[in-house]
Design a binder for this molecule. Structure first.
Ligand code: IPM
Ligand code: MG
Length: 359
């Protein structure tokens, strides 16, 4: 039976990097006889330009009907002045929420070939393999009320609400514990329970849920300390479980441990395992259109798609191996370039992965 994949390129480098990932998907179709139907839709600033909204109904309908979604990136300076509900980011947040993609998996794995590309000392990051499990459809990103209001006397006040229901905490905790069972069985839950009630409940519910997973060792850490520990001794972590906003911040930090944010994929899953797959980096408007962006995070997102939504774990491994092969060959986009390696364009990197898949 065929699987429907919707590609939402978005803005900035989105179209360049998703083009390479689609090339890889097409190669998989031919080589491993995967029966895929690849469609495309608009999201973000590109959708706003074409339709007046960052998340058109048609895109949502396509995504709802699909087995998996591949997303490039959204946003850019062009749309920064828009009202918040029309901004490209609202398209991304809207699709995450509408599809119930509450579980965001952000692995930070250091390819041994890139140990020198990290800004941290090699011995601190060598063999790094951690998984951030970020809650994606709740917390302060979505809490009500929110807005900017005018106080008496005319001063303006911006406000947001940090809110977490028990059931939301429980289901994301379960995802983290289940993943930990397949890894090194350690979960570090990150919160700000010394200050925030929402975090106090988070900590309590995570600890309750841990009882269902007696083989997993649970620890808790405050987010400020976690930020420090991530750059001090990142290998102490196996699975990090955290909220929407803390996960947003800590995953960028973790990305740099691996040398470049251009290497890190992500999966956002619903209760049934349907998913949206995207690189964790943004639309990089400063380099858009130049053909220099690193497509590997998007290609590795396809590997996650193979694993979590298409149930093809062997193919996922093969694709990850092909990425290893091109790095072994010394091929590097600008973000991971080092003297002695070969600088390649976005397209050349995509082509090299397709070639490596044939080996
Ligand atoms: C991410 C991004 C998004 C987020 C933005 C673009 C809305 O930073 O996926 O990490 O904050 O979740
Ligand atoms: Mg982010």
């Amino acid at each position: 039976m065929n699987k429907r994949i919707v590609v939402l390129a978005g803005d900035g480098i989105g179209s360049e990097i998703t083009a390479e990932a689609v090339k890889v998907l097409q190669a998989l179709q031919v080589q491993w006889a995967l029966d895929l139907v690849i469609e495309s839709g608009l999201i973000g600033g590109a959708a706003y330009e074409a339709t007046g909204t960052p998340l058109p109904e048609q895109t949502l309908a396509l995504a709802q009907a699909a087995d998996a979604i591949l997303l490039g990136a959204v946003g850019g300076p062009k749309w920064e002045g828009l009202e918040i509900h029309l901004r490209p980011e609202k398209g991304l947040l809207g699709i995450r929420s509408a599809l119930g993609l509450f579980a965001n998996l952000r692995p930070a794995i250091l390819y041994p070939q890139l140990v020198e590309a990290s800004t941290l000392k090699p011995e601190l990051v060598a063999d790094l393999d951690l998984m951030i499990v970020r809650e994606l459809t709740g917390g302060i990103y979505f809490g009500q009320p929110r807005g900017i209001r005018c106080l008496e006397g005319g001063e303006r006040e911006g406000f947001n609400t940090l809110v977490y229901r028990e059931s939301e905490i429980r289901r994301i905790a379960r995802v983290a514990f289940t993943i930990a069972m397949k890894r090194n069985r350690r979960v570090c839950s990150i919160d700000k329970a010394n200050v925030l009630e929402a975090s106090e409940l988070w900590r309590e519910v995570v600890a309750e849920e841990a009882k269902e997973f007696p083989e997993v060792k649970l620890s808790h850490m405050y987010v400020d300390n976690a930020a420090m520990q991530l750059v001090r001794a990142p290998k102490q972590f196996d699975v990090i479980l955290t909220t929407n906003m803390f996960g947003d911040i800590l995953s960028d930090c973790a990305a740099m441990l691996t040398g470049s944010i251009g290497m890190l994929p992500s999966a956002s899953l619903d209760e049934k395992g349907k998913g949206m797959y995207e690189p964790i980096h943004g639309s990089a408007p400063d380099i858009a259109g130049q053909g220099v962006a690193n497509p590997l995070a998007t290609i590795l997102s396809v590997a996650m798609m193979l694993r979590y939504s298409l149930h093809e774990p062997d193919h996922a491994l093969r694709l990850e191996k092909a990425v290893g092969t091109v790095l072994d060959q010394g091929l590097r986009t600008a973000d991971i370039y080092a003297p002695g390696t070969v600088r390649v364009s976005t397209k050349e990197m995509g082509d090299a992965v397709v070639t490596a898949l044939k080996d």
